[in-house]
Design a protein around this ligand. Structure first.
Ligand code: SF4
Ligand code: SF4
Length: 243
């Protein structure tokens, strides 16, 4: 049996359940390309009690996305353990309350693009992979129920902020960001503790308005991330003709 991707209408329901008693438990937590969003990183680093810089160093790698040329962060899988996710243990996910949005979303996939008015337009699909036995369940849920059950609302909101940046970048031909612009992107999107510290101590000059908003965000990572992503959006808007 091959992987099947079934498009789903917005109100559609599907049969699925995943729990420690499924025979395939943990089968989906290895040999993946697990992209991490900026919001994933702040949830994980706070759960683990480390800084964003320490998280990147220990658990992530950053490469240039082929379509947009933007730096993409992904989980570094553990080759010594057969390519397993660094957070999978015998009892399952050891970071479950802070697991990434893509882990929460599975077996759904969400595509989103901005409409001419700048609003995200969603497309949904159900992924059926041969190893995943969760589809054999008789439990039925709608997409909205899945979003609620998996606590995905905030993840999707932050994904859409990122989508605005990706949309701008798509118009630039996808050449990889380089030099200072790449470093700025990685810092603002993925190393929020460093971004905050640099803006506050003046080593990163994003202008007085951004500095004021970062100061007003205080210790709130979500507020600071919104400021950082909006600043990046502005910066990416100026990249249409070069990188
Ligand atoms: S973060 Fe948790 S749910 Fe996601 S792949 Fe790793 S172990 Fe599995
Ligand atoms: S393979 Fe599917 S059913 Fe099995 S643990 Fe992963 S998501 Fe759950």
């Amino acid at each position: 049996m091959e992987t099947i991707v079934l498009p789903l209408e917005a109100g559609a329901s599907f049969n699925f359940d995943c729990h420690p008693k499924v025979p395939c438990f943990n089968a989906c937590c290895g040999n993946l390309s697990q992209v991490l969003t900026p919001y994933d990183i702040i949830c994980l680093k706070n759960h683990l009690g480390c800084s964003s810089g320490q998280f990147l160093e220990r658990y992530a790698m950053v490469y240039s996305g082929p379509a947009t040329g933007l730096p993409v962060a992904s989980l570094r899988f553990d080759r010594r353990r057969g390519g397993l996710c660094p957070f999978v243990g015998p009892e399952g996910c050891t970071v479950y309350p802070a697991r990434p949005g893509s882990c929460r979303l599975y077996p759904l996939a969400r595509g989103a693009a901005l409409d001419p008015g700048g609003k995200p337009r969603e497309h949904w699909a159900l992924i059926k992979e041969p190893h995943c036995r969760g589809h054999e369940s008789s439990r039925t849920r709608t997409i909205d129920q899945w979003i609620r059950d998996q606590g995905l609302e905030d993840y999707l909101e932050f994904n859409d902020l990122l989508l605005e940046i990706i949309s701008l970048r798509n118009k630039s031909g996808g050449r990889p960001l380089a030099g200072d612009r790449r470093r700025s992107f990685v810092t603002a999107a993925y190393d929020l503790d460093r971004f905050r510290a640099q803006v506050l101590d003046g080593t990163r000059n994003c202008g007085p308005e951004v500095a004021e908003k970062v100061a007003a965000a205080g210790a709130s990572d979500t507020d600071c991330l919104k400021v950082a992503l909006r600043w990046l959006r502005r910066e990416m808007g100026g990249l249409h003709h070069g990188s």
